[in-house]
Design a protein around this ligand. Structure first.
Ligand code: TYM
Length: 324
């Protein structure tokens, strides 16, 4: 038993990396205690469009359900529906975390580098994420590689808080997938596939049409070596395609290339696999997005159940630090 918890932020539409590295795994191995959230507060740490933020939250909520997370069983909710609870614990944890810890986070360093107007929320973002995790007593957090450090911070804050004030929080652990933990951009395979890259041929979005998915994969950057081999350092493009194919089919990326003879065959095999993987998800997502009443019902149900789960621990945390 135990509680699995994870989330997806709404800074842009969900992509293949989000799906293979994280969302798809949430639907497997479901337990009644699971909690999954659409992190829309996390979606506004850099310049954002309010209308889009709301739209991406609806889409991400539909994605979780379309991917197979059962909203009647797991708690599936939108973070801003509990903005008071998450906001309150974030403050308490900001007073548990140090400035040094926050500014050393790799994502903060990468995303703030060279920017002259960095939102303070970009710095405190991992603390909000720790609040998401700790409010629900999660012990396992299934994420992709890029979120490992943030889960480690949540772990450190839980330990520090418990040590200073008494045992309130469960100490969480990140769980990474064996294959697909870091899917790369198809056009720039040394970079992680990311929402912040925007509309580029290197990022396959879950809602892209099958035609567009195919075109993007067929244009994937490879190399001049002309050998299908899993060697991420020497052949990042080819290795990324093998990683994607392995994640789609459940075969190790080292083995899956054996029967593939050239880059053309590799690209078209991967294109087929990705199109077939995403097709049912996109179709169910579209159906749900066309049924706003049902989506609103599930969202309200999730918010209600999330609040029931979060409130006792929030009150315990406020009490032990001397608030209220
Ligand atoms: P986000 O929205 O960036 O990503 C959602 C999940 O997708 C994984 N992921 C990837 N996996 C493989 N390859 C990639 N290229 C790739 N890109 C993203 C991420 O690791 C993540 O698991 N801060 C989080 C959202 C969040 C959260 C939480 C997660 C908010 N609260 C609490 C866990 C627990 C984020 O920005 O994820």
């Amino acid at each position: 038993s135990g509680t699995r918890l994870s989330g997806i932020k709404t800074s842009g539409p969900a992509h293949l990396g989000n799906y293979l590295g994280a969302v798809r795994r949430w639907a497997g191995d479901q337990r009644p205690d699971d909690v999954f959230l659409v992190a829309d507060l996390h979606g506004m740490t850099s310049t954002h469009n309010p209308h889009r933020l709301r739209q991406y939250a609806r889409q991400a909520f539909a994605l979780l359900i379309a991917s197979g997370v059962d909203p009647e069983r797991a708690v599936v909710f939108v973070q801003s529906d509990l903005v008071r609870e998450h906001g309150a614990l974030t403050w308490v944890l900001e007073c548990t975390c140090t400035y040094g810890e926050a500014k050393r986070m790799i994502q903060f360093k990468e995303k703030s580098r060279g920017q002259d107007s960095v939102r303070l929320g970009l710095l405190t973002y991992p603390v909000l994420q720790a609040a998401d995790i700790l409010l629900y007593g999660a012990d396992r957090v299934p994420v992709g590689e890029d979120q490992r450090e943030h889960v480690e911070l949540a772990r450190a804050l839980a330990n520090r808080f418990n040590g200073a004030y008494g045992e309130v929080f469960v100490v969480p652990e990140g769980v990474l997938p064996k294959v697909g933990a870091r899917i790369k951009d198809l056009s720039e395979p040394t970079r992680t596939m990311a929402k912040s890259s925007g509309e580029t041929p290197g990022v396959v979005f879950v809602l892209d049409s099958p035609d567009l998915v195919r075109r993007k994969v067929l244009r994937a950057v490879t190399d001049e070596l002309d050998t299908v081999r899993y060697a991420p350092k020497e052949q990042p493009g080819v290795s990324n395609l093998l990683e994607i194919l392995g994640a789609c089919t459940g075969v190790s990326p080292r083995e899956i290339g054996a029967d593939i003879t050239g880059y053309e065959q590799l690209r078209s095999t991967v294109a087929d696999a990705v199109v077939e993987l995403l097709r049912p998800v996109r179709e169910r997502m579209t159906e749900l997005l066309d049924d706003p009443a049902e989506l609103d019902r599930l969202r309200a149900l999730g918010a209600h159940r999330a609040r029931e789960r979060a409130t006792p621990r929030l009150e315990a945390a406020l009490k032990v630090v001397g608030l209220g």
